[in-house]
Design a binder for this molecule. Structure first.
Ligand code: ATP
Length: 337
């Protein structure tokens, strides 16, 4: 439904987006995730037709839309600031999204307001609504003309944490129900993992990896993706042998088995594992505990194994001992870059 091919965009000396290629099939919600300034918004603005790329193409429903004006592209936009017209009622704000439409606009406005849970708010003014309600109106307005693709730029980031979570779940359900194709820009890892069918991680204008949330979290392809998506242990080592799907990585004088991935014998890699994958209480290795943080249902420990930093999660109170036996039953390799 949406494809961008080899996009590049510079602002003076700043390369905002570089050789960026991505395809979003019909009905998929794809999150574009990355740190501030990595080029997410620029990609979205190019897709919307608000910015011209220096190179590359934008394809919408199989047609080259690179030179089309924004209003011809059939995309809906939702921004962080709701950008509602303050002097217009809720109903009139939504009807604005239908200004190029004929037919029963009133009926369609009611249908849209019901869809976002604001059926009784048609006559209110934006300032009489909560922040979450205002964002729902903005969503209804963007959905009004039945866009082919919905583009959302940090739509929840102005809301407080609890409301954000609620609206996130609502939004996911709504987009699923409508079978909407959506590109969702965010710098919030949890939001991207919770909301999207696939997540594309960007770094310095380039695509690092695109994959479904579970795969991205458990099988990151680069050290950046591994540590951007949550806590990660990344120990530098070398592959000393491979055996089918397994690789043995030499780290601090130990040979530690890992899922082989794409590595070969002799490769310099990181041994990658999440804190919750570590088994505490038995095993070959011993960690020196440096600090412990109580998180309600578990402890997060910072420790050392030889000279390597180790983060691990345990359900037991670790304060009684300075050392802990542990094992790493699951680990993967990531190429050092
Ligand atoms: P954030 O999460 O902070 O919004 P982002 O990942 O969306 O960041 P962009 O807004 O796409 O990043 O910006 C990418 C880079 O391009 C940044 O270095 C930014 O300063 C620069 N940039 C973006 N728009 C312009 C512009 N109109 N003029 C000059 N530089 C720009």
């Amino acid at each position: 439904m949406l494809e961008v091919r080899r996009l590049t965009k510079r602002f003076g000396h700043v390369v905002a987006v570089e050789d960026f290629t991505l395809a979003v099939p019909e009905g998929e919600v794809l999150a574009l995730l990355g740190p501030s300034g990595c080029g997410k918004t620029t990609v979205l603005r190019i897709v919307a037709g608000l910015e011209r790329p220096d190179a590359g193409r934008v394809i919408l429903a199989g047609r080259d839309a690179t030179d089309w004006p924004p209003e011809k592209r059939g995309v809906g936009l939702v921004f962080q600031s709701y950008a509602l017209f303050p002097h217009l009622s809720v109903g009139a704000n939504v009807a604005y999204g239908l200004r190029f439409r004929r037919g029963d606009r009133k009926g369609r406005v009611r249908e849209l307001l019901a869809l976002v849970g604001l059926a009784r708010y048609e006559r209110r003014k934006p300032h009489q609504l909560s922040a979450g309600q205002q964002q729902r109106v903005a969503l209804a307005r963007a959905l009004a003309p039945e866009p082919r693709v919905l583009l959302l730029d940090e739509p929840l980031s102005a809301l407080d944490a609890a409301l954000r979570k609620d609206l996130r779940a609502e939004l996911r359900a709504l987009l699923g129900k409508l079978g909407m194709t959506a590109l969702y820009v965010t710098h919030d890892q949890e939001e991207a993992l919770a909301l999207a069918d696939r997540v594309a991680v960007m770094r310095e204008g380039r695509l690092e990896q695109v994959a479904p949330p579970e795969e991205l979290y458990s099988r990151p392809k680069t050290p950046f993706v591994a540590s951007f998506l949550g806590r990660a242990n990344l120990w530098p080592g070398r592959v000393v042998s491979v055996d089918g799907d397994r690789a043995f990585v030499e780290v601090a004088g130990e040979r530690i088995p890992a899922e082989r991935g794409e590595c070969r014998e002799g490769d310099e890699v990181f041994l990658f594992f999440r804190p919750e994958w570590v088994e505490v209480g038995e095993g070959l290795f011993t960690a020196e505990v440096e600090s412990a943080e109580y998180l309600g249902d578990r402890w997060e420990l910072r420790a050392r194994f030889c000279d390597l930093p180790l983060v691990l999660i345990t359900g037991q109170d670790p304060r009684s001992s300075g050392t802990l036996p542990f094992a790493i039953p699951t680990a993967r390799t990531i190429h050092q870059q």
